[in-house]
Design a protein around this ligand. Structure first.
Ligand code: NAD
Ligand code: MG
Length: 396
């Protein structure tokens, strides 16, 4: 491509968003920021606009937008400021955009990520919840619009790198027998179920290897993150839940693996730094500098592996079962989990009760086949209401 690629970063002020802008800033000749979006972090968005001079910035509230417009005028930055959900969709599908980084957290990221896929963009997907909720529709949109979907979640990015470049149509067709999804095990890997009951939000958000947003940090601690990733991998790689084995690997150096019928296992290794998968997604099929330190194997010294304990961490099992059930079950699981995690972060719910709420909601709500986006959004809304009731029931 002769012109710099124009990039929209959805969720620019978050952990993935800021890492994305860090990589982009290293390659001004290759990338130009078209739009940056944030929910409420207007100060961070302001400094990002001053540095990257996007055409458009998006915030959720008119009041924050007015503040940003004033500040930008004073700083003599020409960025236009838009507001609301439709504006997120607009900057994701705009004809002048080449690449969309989908890094909004949770179900809120679904519509803009889907819009980017439908518009045939190169979609860098960090927002795993979008795929968990609407996997079939999302993958269909990618295919119909000939979008390029590159997984940013480090495990899926690793698997993508370990698979043949054409891997659609089922794993077996490409000689792959199993995907090995590695998990750090989170900060409470060795804790008893009794000790887990007393975990606080700050403890849950202090991940041993990765620095991430608060929602995904809690998901990592409950292993729901691995469950969501199992579902994500099924959609991305045409795999069944049975073809995916979760392997706890506390060092987070192997980011995941693909096992082949001939006995070969291919792994992707690296320091736990999201700028590696982000740079891979931006430049694919080329490779660019990501600002990541080279892996020092002597310093790593050893790699350990163990099986996950689904007794202490039931969320992984709940996610696998939801995927096996199919239809709206993963969307219900995701919505219930978002409500439960929010309640945990607000100290209204204990750590072990997150899984209890998710299990109760899945048990209550009937599963529908998914043919339209409406079905997904209805299942999501219904599950949120049911989850609120269960949160009150299980509240400390
Ligand atoms: P984060 O909380 O740090 O950032 C979230 C971003 O989304 C922020 O810019 C925020 O302003 C925006 N946002 C939040 N709620 C919104 C809403 N309702 N509407 C519009 N924008 C909203 O989260 P993160 O850690 O960067 O994670 C982002 C996504 O990437 C998540 O889906 C997560 O699972 C996935 N992911 C993150 C990591 C990581 O290392 N952080 C790794 C793999 C996957
Ligand atoms: Mg991951």
């Amino acid at each position: 491509m002769s012109h710099p690629q124009r990039v929209t970063v959805l969720g620019a002020t978050g952990s993935i968003g800021t890492s994305t802008l860090d990589v982009i800033a290293r390659h001004p000749e290759r990338y130009q920021v078209y739009a940056l979006t944030a929910h409420t972090s207007r100060e961070t968005l302001l400094s990002q606009c001053i540095e990257h001079q996007p055409a458009i910035a998006v915030l959720a509230q008119e009041e924050d937008a007015q503040w940003l417009r004033l500040e930008l005028r004073q700083a003599r930055v020409a960025t236009e400021v838009a507001v609301g959900e439709q504006a997120l969709v607009d900057v994701a599908q705009d004809s002048s955009v080449d690449i969309v980084m989908a890094a909004i957290v949770g179900a809120a990221g679904l519509l803009p990520a889907l819009a980017a896929a439908r518009a045939g963009k190169r979609v860098l997907l960090a927002n795993k919840e979008a795929l968990v909720m609407s996997g079939a529709l999302f993958m269909q949109a990618v295919e119909t619009a000939k979008a390029t979907l590159l997984p940013i979640d480090s495990e899926h990015n690793a698997i993508y790198q370990c698979l043949p470049s054409e891997h659609r149509g089922g794993l077996a067709r490409h000689g792959v027998s199993q995907l090995l999804l590695t998990a750090s095990g989170g900060p409470f890997r060795t804790w008893s179920r009794e000790a887990l009951a007393g975990v606080t939000p700050d403890q849950a958000c202090a991940h041993p290897n990765w620095s991430m947003g608060r929602k995904i940090s809690v998901d990592s601690a409950t292993l729901m993150n691995k469950g969501l990733e199992l579902i994500e991998a099924c959609w991305l790689f045409d795999a069944t839940p049975e073809q995916i084995q979760v392997v706890v690997h506390p060092q987070s150096v192997i980011h995941s693996m693909a096992a082949y019928h001939d006995g070969s296992v291919l792994a992707q290794l690296g320091n736990p730094d999201m700028r590696t998968p982000i740079a891979y997604g931006l430049a694919w099929p080329e490779r660019i500098d990501a600002g990541v330190e080279a892996l020092d194997l002597f310093q790593v010294a050893r790699l350990d592996f163990e099986a996950p304990d689904e007794g202490r961490f039931p969320c992984l099992r709940l996610a696998r079962e939801a995927m096996q059930q199919g239809g709206s079950a993963p969307a219900i699981l995701n919505a219930a989990n978002e409500v439960a995690v929010e309640a945990f972060l607000a100290k209204r719910l204990g750590f072990n009760a997150i899984g209890d709420v998710v299990a109760a909601v899945l048990n209550d709500q009937s599963v529908e086949p998914i043919d339209h986006l409406e079905t997904v959004l209805n299942a999501d809304q219904h599950a949120r209401r049911t989850a609120q009731q269960w949160v009150s029931h299980f509240a400390r």
